[in-house]
Every structure is written in C-alpha cells, then in structure tokens.
Design a protein around this ligand. Structure first.
Ligand code: PMP
Length: 277
C-alpha cells in the first residue's frame, strides 16, 4: 500500500514508548542481502526485549515487497513494534507486534561521489542508553547528534563515551588507520554490531589486513593516518575532516580507498541469495 496511507494506532507502544526495533537492509537485484546477519542481530534484539514475532511471515512479506517494488536496488526499512496496549510501562508478553516494511531508493551515484571526496564529522557526547547493541527505534540521542553535525556542515557525529572513548558514529561504525593497522572499537554492548562492520572485517582479514578491536581514546582520531565509517547505506566512507582538522590532508586515505574498492567488488558479487531469498 502507499506509505502515506499507512496508519499507526495511537496506542501502539512503538509510537508511545519507542518500544520497537528496526533493521535497514540493502536490496540488490530485487532481493534483500545479508539477511542472515541482519536476522541474527534482529533476533538477539528481540530476545533481549522479550518480543516475539512470526519471522517466517516477515521474511515472506519482505520478499513480496521486493518482488512488487519498482526499486530493484534500494534499502528495506523493517520496523517491529510491540503492538497496541494500554498506556502503561509494563507490557503484555503476548502483545501482537505491528510490522512496517518499506523500500526506499538508493542514490548510488551520490554515495560514489561522497566516497571519492570523503566526508566531514564532528565529535559529540554519547548520550545513548547502555545497550546500543540493541537496534531500538529510540534514536533521539542519535538524531540530536546528527543534527549538530548538520549544523556544523558535517555529515556524521562520532560519539564519545563518558570515559572519553570513541564508540561509533550516530548511524555508522568507526574505523581508524594507525601505522597501517586498522583499529575499531570492540562490540561489548556499547556499540551496534554493524553488518557492514562485520562484512568489512571478514573481508579485510581474508585479505591479510591487521584489524584490531580495542578501545580508542578520543584524541587518537586527531592523529590517525586515516579514518573511515561503515554502514549499510554508505558502505565504506572515508572521513577527511574532523571538526576543523583535516585527515590525510583532506583526502581519502590510500588504505581506505583500497578497502572501499575491495568492498565494492565484494558487494558486486553478492547475489542476495540469503536465507530470505
Ligand atoms: N551504528 C549505528 C548507531 C547505526 O545506526 C548503524 C546503521 N544502522 C550502524 C552502526 C551500521 O550498521 P549496519 O552496517 O548494519 O548498517
């Protein structure tokens, strides 16, 4: 149905409490890709918040939407709320979830252009709850941080924990290149386990790169040789400016470019033959 015709019940807990989880998947050749990885993350989030869904039915609906959509390349947005209930904090364990799935087109040319030029970022305090590994629709801290970055004419906010450590972007994962080693914050519940992060790490390790998952002090970003971000909507994105400071003279770094090209080749070969296909 047309997205404008979709109605959300006023007592839907996703609407009232942000009691909802979501996933964003890439669609290629009319098929969702990396569904197994998205599904695993989604399922562990659902288990953590005690939400039960009919996953085979969600998979069927996703396939149906992909088949019917004119966007054979794009992004699936999958949103699962706990459903309708009295406006009380405690929830019914047997509530019927509401599910929203839609496809958005993807501007591949815009991504390529940004990858060539690189993007600017700012640092912002990480104001999120203590379980960012759960992909909850409670994104107010992320929205505030990204909004600050837009005001500063940057395109992402890198979040800094109370301990002064870098966690991730407000909507992406973070990597630094320091002395030819790729460094990224570890999972340990304080960041979202990005599917792109996972795929990039697997690919880079297969190709013999050193990837170190460790805590990163916020000052390290200013002296890193290269910085890049990963997410489903941007793949591998070079960062060329942090606040007022240029990274690598304001140009995408050599290692970042090599990794971005290798990742693009890997994506070319993905057919979408995942569990949902
Ligand atoms: N971290 C956060 C906070 C995000 O919102 C996203 C994008 N959903 C990511 C990381 C990247 O995750 P993925 O690679 O699965 O898109």
């Amino acid at each position: 149905m047309p997205l404008d015709d979709v109605r959300v019940p006023a007592l839907d807990r996703g609407f009232l409490f942000g009691d909802a989880l979501y996933e964003v998947l890439r669609v290629k050749n009319g098929r969702p890709i990396f569904w197994e990885e998205h599904h695993e993350r989604l399922q562990s989030g659902l288990d953590a918040v005690q939400m039960r869904v009919d996953m085979p039915e969600i998979e069927r609906q996703m396939q149906k939407l992909c088949a019917a959509s004119v966007n054979k390349t794009g992004m699936i947005y999958l949103h699962i709320t706990r459903g309708v209930g009295p406006r009380k904090h405690a929830f019914a364990i047997d509530a019927t979830p509401n599910v929203l799935i839609f496809i958005q087109p993807l501007d591949a040319e815009d991504i390529r252009r940004k990858q060539q030029n690189g993007v600017s970022v700012i640092l912002q305090p990480d104001l999120r709850w203590k379980r960012p590994d759960i992909k909850s629709s409670n994104l107010l801290p992320n929205c505030l941080a990204v909004n600050e970055s837009v005001r500063a004419q940057a395109s992402e906010a890198i979040l800094v924990s109370e301990r002064g450590q870098l966690t991730e972007g407000a909507c992406s994962n973070l990597f630094l290149v320091i002395d030819e080693q790729i460094v990224t914050p570890p999972l340990e519940q304080r960041i979202l386990g990005g599917v792109t992060r996972l795929k990039l790490i697997e690919m880079a390790r297969r190709q013999g790169y050193d990837i170190i998952e460790r805590t990163i002090d916020q000052m390290e970003i200013f002296t890193a040789d290269e910085v890049f971000l990963t997410s489903t909507s941007i793949d591998v994105m070079p960062v060329v400016k942090i606040q007022e400071q240029l990274v690598n003279g304001g140009h995408p770094g050599k290692m970042t470019k090599t990794l971005a090209q290798a990742f693009a080749r890997m994506m070319e070969s993905v057919t979408g033959l995942s569990k949902a296909a």
